[in-house]
Design a protein around this ligand. Structure first.
Ligand SMILES: [Mg+2]
Length: 373
């Protein structure tokens, strides 16, 4: 965003000056272009060029999501902030362990490398921003850990304990991932795609050449309008309702925009004849059944001009075993029992706190779960 702001601010005085002194404004414009070129030369040549925010697909990740900081968190909770900062400083040469978002961030970088090979001048790639409310001194350990794993994260946002919403908006965030369910809830309320991430309970080997993203349908890609019918009137009424309104697209849910940007990038690979070997693969994993309610889900995606590579209709069967086969880098669901079922079998699952389902999630200690992860 900073570049975007600089560009806007820099352009305005040039435009005003044009009326007064055309020669002078031309000089200023040239100087500004020269300065911009000089600034670009300062970028590292070893790492991928950081994309301009207005073109990039921005994924904001919290430090506790990127790295496993369970032990450090315990020190913070038991002994307070001073002991925590002291511990982090004493261990700043020791890289943090990988957290639930780590494999996803690596997979995003793999996609970026492929995109930059195919489209060297395009900034339409993923840009990971690290969001943290950690003490500035802890930042050194975070930077050391990022360098240790050779991650391409150039943007840091240290919120100092303040709500991240303003920053998320400023960075034009396409997806916010955190371990803090309250902050995720605030982001969803503000209309930003967001989810609370949970580490899989056993390590699964994930693809290192293809980013795989699995989405639930209702209250994730779609609104919760049909979910409300199930909760209020049961499955029979739901099936009847979905068949009756089969041709009426569902309203969009909180993660629709993220599927949309993935689709946009997929098309760039398809355009280079890589449809069968695309480094991004998407999945719809829904409890809907194909015969009675699946058509409305597929027709809705079609009406948006979106597609998923695989659509799996489970008709109420558990999602965990199937996800274990898919091995996504992230699976989004609004129902905690699906998140937990997936997590138990090793899938990295993310909870989207949206819609009527949350009323029924309240019996589950989401906050405690988030603190543990
Ligand atoms: Mg759902």
């Amino acid at each position: 965003m900073s570049e975007e702001k600089v560009t806007t601010q820099a352009k305005a005085p040039v435009a005003v000056a044009q009326d007064k002194d055309k020669g002078c404004s031309a000089d200023r414009a040239t100087n500004w272009k020269d300065a911009e070129k000089e600034f670009e030369k300062l970028s590292s040549t070893k790492k991928l060029r950081t994309p301009k925010s207005q073109y990039a697909i921005t994924i904001a990740v919290s430090s506790r999501c990127l790295f496993n900081m369970v032990e450090e968190r315990k020190i913070y909770e038991q002994d307070g902030v001073e002991s925590y900062v002291k511990y982090q400083q004493e261990h700043e040469e020791e890289p943090l362990k990988e957290g639930p978002a780590f494999p996803l961030v690596k997979a995003l970088e793999t996609v970026n490398l492929r995109l930059r090979e195919l489209y060297p001048d395009s900034d339409e790639i993923f840009d990971v921003v690290l969001m943290t409310n950690n003490h500035a001194q802890v930042g050194v350990r975070l930077i050391n850990s990022i360098n240790h794993y050779d991650l391409s994260i150039e943007r840091f946002c240290m919120t100092g304990g303040k709500s991240p919403i303003g920053y998320l908006k400023a960075y034009l965030t396409n997806l916010y991932l955190s371990s803090d369910s309250e902050k995720v809830g605030e982001a969803i309320e503000a209309g930003i795609a967001a989810a609370t991430m949970f580490q899989g309970e056993k390590g699964l080997h994930l693809s290192d050449s293809q980013l795989r993203v699995a989405f639930d349908g209702d209250a994730v890609l779609f609104s919760d309008e049909s979910e409300k019918i199930v909760k209020a009137h049961g499955l029979d009424m739901f099936f009847e309702h979905e068949q009756k309104f089969e041709d009426k697209p569902l309203a969009q849910g909180p993660l629709k925009g993220f599927l949309e940007v993935l689709g946009k990038l997929q098309k760039k690979f398809h355009a280079k004849d890589l449809r069968l070997n695309c480094p991004i693969r998407t999945y719809l994993v829904t409890a809907r059944s194909a015969a009675s309610s699946g058509a409305r889900a597929l027709k809705t995606l079609r009406s948006w001009g979106l597609e998923v590579d695989e659509a799996l209709f489970l008709a109420g069967a558990p999602k965990g075993p199937l996800l274990e086969k898919i091995r996504p880098h992230i699976f989004f669901d609004d129902q905690m029992f699906h998140v937990k079922g997936a997590q138990a079998l090793g899938t990295i699952a993310a909870h989207v706190p949206y819609g009527i389902g949350q009323k029924y999630n309240k019996s589950t200690p989401i906050t405690e779960q988030a603190k543990k992860s």
